[in-house]
Design a protein around this ligand. Structure first.
Ligand SMILES: Cc1cc2nc3c(=O)[nH]c(=O)nc-3n(C[C@H](O)[C@H](O)[C@H](O)COP(=O)(O)OP(=O)(O)OC[C@H]3O[C@@H](n4cnc5c(N)ncnc54)[C@H](O)[C@@H]3O)c2cc1C
Length: 597
């Protein structure tokens, strides 16, 4: 008789740790030590935020230089993963600092923002992003904040025309932290709009003062992802020519405008080309907090006894609902880890240097899909999956998972927030669906539903998702084209189909993830084999409605999935799978502070 292994295999550990060399991992662990997961008792909100910034500075000064991090996706993701697991608020401000403030300076600045860059690299200033505008949806497509070129002074005047155009949310409220902002504004010259560009603007000094024309209105305190939110209005703020991250565009001595990118729509896409670094980091961080959540749930469950009358003293793990929740959460954690490895290894055309690398101009709902449709879609899929898994872990950890530790609440806040932040998930799905319907750089997979005789066959999983996707995409295209052929406007035609559009894009994301899972099942660590099966079964249960609706599975699907999942959860030893996640110290069973276990 063979006994299940009790410790993780070296292959399993390597899979979870990823490709970063041990010396890099050690350096990142020094930059963001496990101790950052602890917060002293009794801090008020501002003091808590001050501590987050203090830790950001300490981490940034101990980590490799910003330019090196921004040039090495796996290294930057490694740092941000540690931050997310220790403290989601730290992850958020760190992501903004590196990818959304320093990122555009390094990428678009042409080396002309020496002083601002030096302050940010030395963490004397913290970087902040002024992109979204408070009062209108989809503000990223057409910011009403303007940067008017003053030809005589060769300078710019930045203005948010009214309260609805105020930049919100931003992390600028703390009075004791100096901030330099990347401001997204529509460039105006001689009354003509020339496209959206980024401007580097100091918005607060260390003594709390703000420059002339900058008005910061602190937001009420919130707890979901606690940072110093504020709205920022710019009222005639003058900045020098060098504050313009012009990316090859210029005004000549006569004041004539030149932009090698060509037109304002393409310029908007180009200015958003910082997206891939953000999406990679969000995917990696979502995977990391899902791993932490799954190991918390495993720790909560292990050794816990139940008093239900059907079987007094039976172990909680032996009840199938809890066993499946533990194994399903581990499966989700490993799946998202595989997706994170996939995106970390992937460079995109949006990141190629020079204005020649301009992507397609514009999406209908948001700029994101025009920058990198696949990566934006994976960001949407992974944040949604992580949010679902973290929530499941919280529920199955009972009261201790809510009240004895704040980690699961905080991870839930992070994954939930990033379904909106970093590009709203709904809008990404709609733009993806529009590209699918138009066959714009999209080839549907074969509509050949596989036999469901063997649900454990990895080839079945993406084929099943692909058949659903092909059917949804074909129906969507036919309906939208039909409506437009009948005289409906593009708005009316699409507005009637947003639910199917969401389903079609979700199916594409599902297929992509299941292809990654099937590849891991073929080449990945042997010990993880049951996890890929569990991930696929959970996916079938989650999408049973659409699988049945599209006729790629018939009645009885759920009976088979439930049976397969139950059997699997009964067979697998979860200890080595949980141990390979290597949770940081302080992430044991939530109730251990009282039970002492
Ligand atoms: C925690 C957090 C931190 C953030 N930090 C920053 C920051 O530092 N700097 C910054 O600039 N921004 C920040 N953001 C803003 C973020 O980028 C936006 O929230 C996001 O892009 C969505 O924009 P919105 O909030 O205006 O929502 P909206 O655009 O109003 O969208 C809300 C919902 O309305 C629906 N909807 C909207 N428009 C349409 C449409 N045309 N068709 C169909 N449905 C539609 C969708 O269901 C969508 O989910 C942050 C957001 C969060 C949650």
């Amino acid at each position: 008789m063979t006994h299940p292994p009790t410790s993780p295999s070296p292959e399993l550990l390597r899979f979870v740790r990823g490709d970063l060399p041990a010396k890099d991992r050690a350096r990142l662990a020094e930059a963001v030590p496990d101790a950052f997961g602890q917060v002293p008792a009794g801090l008020n909100a501002r003091d808590r935020q001050a501590l987050t910034y203090e830790r950001l500075r300490a981490a940034g000064r101990a980590a490799p230089p910003a330019a090196e991090l921004l040039d090495d996706p796996a290294l930057l993701c490694g740092l941000l993963e540690r931050a997310a697991v220790a403290d989601p608020a730290l992850f958020h401000v760190m992501l903004l600092h590196y990818t959304l403030a320093l990122g555009p300076i390094l990428r678009f600045g042409g080396g002309q923002q020496g002083a601002a860059r030096a302050r940010l690299e030395a963490f004397e200033d913290v970087g902040t992003l002024l992109m979204t505008e408070a009062g209108r949806s989809n503000s990223h497509l057409a910011p009403r904040t303007t940067a008017v070129f003053d030809a005589a002074a060769r300078a710019f005047v930045l203005s948010t025309p009214d309260a609805r155009a105020a930049k919100f949310p931003t992390n600028t409220a703390h009075p004791g932290v100096a901030k330099t902002a990347a401001v997204y504004a529509t460039l105006v010259e001689g009354g003509r709009e020339r496209g959206v560009f980024v401007f580097v603007v100091p918005v607060r000094a260390a003594d709390g003062s703000v420059p002339d024309g900058v008005r910061i209105v602190a937001a009420p305190e919130t707890g979901g992802l606690p940072v110093d939110y504020a709205a920022v209005r710019l009222e005639g703020v003058r900045v020098p020519y060098e504050a313009w991250l012009r990316d090859g565009a210029s005004f000549d001595d006569e004041g004539a405008f030149h932009d090698p990118v060509g037109d304002p729509a393409a310029r908007l896409t180009r200015s958003m080309a910082i997206g891939p670094a953000v999406w990679r980091a969000v995917v990696a961080a979502s995977a990391a907090v899902t791993r932490a959540s799954a190991s918390l749930l495993a720790a909560h469950t292990s050794g816990r006894v139940t008093l239900g009358r059907l079987a007094p003293s039976a172990p909680l793990a032996g009840y199938r609902n809890q066993g499946e929740a533990v194994l399903g959460s581990l499966a989700s954690a490993y799946t998202l880890t595989a997706v994170a490895a996939h995106v970390k290894a992937r460079r995109t055309s949006a990141e190629a240097p020079g204005p020649a690398a301009v992507a397609a101009a514009g999406g209908a709902w948001a700029p994101w899909s025009a920058v990198d449709r696949d990566l934006a879609l994976l960001k949407a899929a992974v944040t949604a999956a992580a949010q679902e898994t973290v929530t499941r872990c919280r529920l199955h950890s009972g009261a201790p998972g809510f009240a004895a530790t704040d980690r699961l609440n905080a991870y839930r806040g992070l994954t939930h927030a990033y379904m909106s932040a970093g590009g709203d998930n709904d809008l990404i799905l709609f733009d993806t669906a529009r590209a699918m319907a138009a066959r714009d750089r999209y080839v549907p997979p074969p509509d050949v539903p596989p036999s469901l005789e063997d649900l454990a066959d990895p080839q079945v999983w993406p084929a099943l998702a692909g058949a659903v996707e092909a059917r949804l995409a074909a129906k969507l295209a036919a309906r939208v084209e039909g409506a437009q052929a009948g005289g409906a406007s593009a708005f009316a035609a699409w507005n009637a189909e947003l639910a199917p559009a969401r389903a079609a894009a979700t199916a594409l994301a599902d297929r992509t993830v299941l292809e990654i899972v099937a590849a891991a099942a073929a080449d990945g660590p042997a010990q993880a084999a049951p996890l890929w099966r569990m991930a696929a079964l959970d996916w079938m249960a989650r999408r049973a409605g659409v699988l049945l609706n599209e006729g790629v599975a018939g009645p009885g699907l759920l009976d088979r999935v439930w049976a397969a999942r139950r059997d699997l959860a009964g067979e697998v030893a979860v200890e080595p799978l949980a141990a390979a996640l290597e949770p940081p110290s302080g992430l044991g069973a939530p109730a251990a502070f009282v039970t002492g276990e």
